[in-house]
Design a protein around this ligand. Structure first.
Ligand SMILES: [Zn+2]
Ligand SMILES: [Zn+2]
Length: 367
């Protein structure tokens, strides 16, 4: 078996080298093809466009080949290094793109050494530094221009979920990533969420943090009281939301007011002041971080959870408050987890009882 694996490994490397050589040949042909006008006669906007369509490639992949083909003669040592299997075609595309950007400042020797020492991804990164080093002003202008092409779509699916598609420039993207990363860390040993889920939750948490006391809800009294048969509540930009979510928003004061359906207004914020000022500081000082066992999300990212819910007449007294991070707060209200204070003032959690479908009646005795 080991012998077989070693053979596979060596075949992979050989085959990739062969493919890379073919890619190089393809690139040279693509550059020559661009010089002609066949693609124009065929009604294409550019040679890259013609290749994209007829060779079944993405425009980026086609443009990479043309760039390499055009630059191959100016990076002869790199071509030799590719043929020797020291660098890959992926290195060559980065090299060609860099040459296109920096013009006369292109220094093959220096870049080839970087290519030999780094994976293609890392090499791309190093080349950005290189581009900055030879012309920082142009680099800054390019980045500013990239920010002009930022976009974000939030398309709503049939079930009300949002699909996010977008593109952020490197700087803006880094700002967002920096904000999300600390929030996307595992929150305790029982956090089994995969990273994409944690990143998504982090985004929601980030938004909620910035926009506290913003939500305005339209609801029926029955919904507020979570009575059986009550419809959902409504808020802008969302499909109907559950009474549990209204309950949580009321709990951490992100609910500014509730408009009842017969147009009565309950100003939740005024009737029950948010946990702010001295009370919030006292709560932060006492709890320090999320009190869910094993979670250490810092106080500034936590909600003040009411152990006896506000909707059920719970007060803002410190005794009735506990810091919970966004995820754990949601687990309590929407997720059905219960919190209990133990005698030594610790918080213990009780998992929800999950029932799928209607509860079963007693088994009938067999006939
Ligand atoms: Zn709460
Ligand atoms: Zn927590």
């Amino acid at each position: 078996m080991l012998q077989q694996d070693a053979e596979l490994a060596s075949r992979l490397v050989d085959l990739r080298l062969y493919i890379d050589e073919l890619e190089l040949e393809f690139s040279r042909l693509a550059a020559d093809f661009q010089e002609g006008d066949h693609w124009e006669h065929q009604g294409s906007n550019s040679a890259i466009d013609w290749i994209r369509f007829n060779c079944h490639m993405t425009s980026n992949a086609a443009a990479d080949r043309v760039a390499v083909g055009e630059r191959a003669d100016q990076m002869p040592d790199s071509v030799v290094a590719l043929q020797a299997g020291d660098i890959g075609f992926a290195h060559l595309t980065v090299m060609a793109r860099t040459a296109n950007t920096v013009g006369d400042a292109f220094d093959e020797e220096r870049l080839l050494q970087l290519a030999r020492d780094n994976s293609p991804g890392k090499f791309h990164f190093k080349c950005l530094h290189y581009r900055h080093s030879v012309n920082s002003k142009q680099f800054a202008q390019e980045q500013a221009a990239q920010a002009e092409t930022n976009f974000l779509h939030m398309n709503r699916g049939e079930d009300g979920s949002f699909f996010l598609t977008g593109c952020l420039d490197p700087v803006g993207g880094a700002v967002v990533r920096n904000a999300l990363e600390p929030l996307a860390r595992l929150s305790g040993a029982d956090d089994h969420r995969l990273r994409p889920q944690r990143m998504a939750d982090a985004l929601v948490e980030l938004a909620a943090h910035k926009s506290k006391v913003q939500m305005q809800v339209t609801s029926s009294v029955e919904t507020l009281l979570d009575l059986v048969g009550a419809p959902g509540a409504e808020t802008e930009f969302s499909l109907p939301i559950s009474s549990k979510t209204v309950e949580r928003w009321a709990c951490d004061s992100s609910l500014s007011r509730v408009l009842l359906q017969d147009s009565m207004v309950i100003d939740v914020g005024r009737a029950q002041p948010a946990i702010r000022g001295p009370r919030r500081r006292a709560l932060n000082a006492r709890d320090g971080h999320c009190r869910w066992p094993g979670c250490e999300r810092p106080a500034s990212w936590c909600d003040g959870h009411h152990i006896v819910y506000r909707m059920h007449g719970g007060t803002d007294d410190l005794d009735n408050l506990v810091l919970l991070c966004h995820r754990h707060h949601r687990m309590v209200h929407e997720g059905g987890w219960q919190l209990v204070k133990t005698e030594d003032q610790q918080i213990a959690t009780i998992a929800p009882t999950v029932t799928f479908g209607l509860p079963r009646g007693p088994d009938r005795p067999p006939d």
